[in-house]
Design a protein around this ligand. Structure first.
Ligand code: Q46
Length: 301
């Protein structure tokens, strides 16, 4: 790990990673051993490794898998979503952990690409529909299950790429909000945290490999050509030339924020929230929330 000027053997590496994650949990006051935690698992290396780490650290943590209906399963093999679900189930069974599963096609009658097609929201890339749906479902399951915190497997590479994108486009609202913890300061919103925010993607891949965690290698077919991938490639080039660039970029941003670089969000933004009359979740939009409006759009009465 050139960025840390550190080289470890397998045994020490498998101790070092949970120590680093625990330090992030403590530093950002993410949760305690008394909290009930829900981790969103995609079947990929980051979320399954995170579940493994939290379990090894002794936290009370259940999983949530959301089936998006992406990729067709056939006699040749499982499609992307079915294979991801298989990995999540396999991990939960191996460690006797509780996994909630929500199939979008079963619950809402359509896959993510089909919703995108019907609503004309990104016919080529259904990512905005996917993101909106996942946020809605994660919050709903966490609320209904009485979980204090919802945990996601975003790693340092993800966070640095989002920060890069938000900086390149100077999006103040996102720059103020981005961070390891998104507080539940809105009615009906569950607290969201990212314990892997200081862990490099390569470090998580090495952790999964050394722990023998089976995960879905294939990426979602819609990820190709995304802005995030583009920014990750640029940051990887920087990191190669100057080890530590990524973590320095992200941590100095968090420090600058703590030092008051950005004005806090106006209270009025929080006061404008109300509950969606259809699903009951908090929303800033008048009437129904964005998810319910999307689900109703273009449907025959
Ligand atoms: S799963 Fe969904 Fe990602 Fe696939 S459709 Fe786009 S957003 S790329 S994290």
């Amino acid at each position: 790990m050139r960025q840390h000027k550190l080289a470890l053997c397998k045994d020490h590496y498998l101790e070092w990673v949970p120590e680093q994650v625990e330090r992030a949990i403590q530093k950002y006051h993410m949760f305690s051993h008394e909290d009930r935690i829900l981790v969103a698992v995609s079947g990929g290396k980051d979320s399954l490794s995170l579940w493994d780490i939290l379990w090894r650290l002794g936290y009370s943590v259940d999983g949530l898998y959301i089936g998006l209906g992406i990729g067709e399963s056939s006699a040749e093999g499982l499609g992307y979503s079915d294979e991801s679900e298989r990995m999540a189930r396999q991990f939960a069974e191996k460690h006797a952990l509780n996994l909630h599963t929500v199939s979008i096609p079963q619950v809402y009658g359509e896959s993510i690409p089909a919703i995108a097609e019907r609503t004309h929201r990104g016919r080529e890339k259904p990512c905005s529909v996917c993101g909106l749906t996942k946020r809605h479902v994660m919050n709903r399951i966490a609320r209904e299950g009485g979980y204090q915190v919802l945990v996601t497997g975003h790693n340092l590479d993800d966070e640095a790429a989002i920060l890069f994108s938000n900086t390149m486009n100077w999006i103040p609202g996102y720059l103020v909000r981005q961070g390891p913890v998104l507080e539940a300061n809105r009615a009906g919103m569950v607290r969201k945290v990212k314990p892997l925010c200081r862990m490099y993607e390569r470090e998580m891949a090495a952790y999964a490999l050394l722990r023998g965690i089976e995960y879905v290698y294939e990426e979602c077919p819609f990820v190709e050509g995304s802005n995030t991938i583009y920014y990750k490639e640029i940051l990887n080039k920087l990191e190669f030339d100057r080890p530590g660039s990524k973590i320095n970029f992200y941590l100095t941003y968090l420090q600058a924020k703590e030092n008051g670089l950005f004005a806090p969000l106006a209270d009025t933004e929080l006061e404008l929230l109300h509950n969606c009359p259809s699903c009951g979740q908090a929303t800033t939009a008048p009437g129904e929330c964005a998810f319910c409006r999307m689900m109703a759009k273009g449907k025959k009465p």
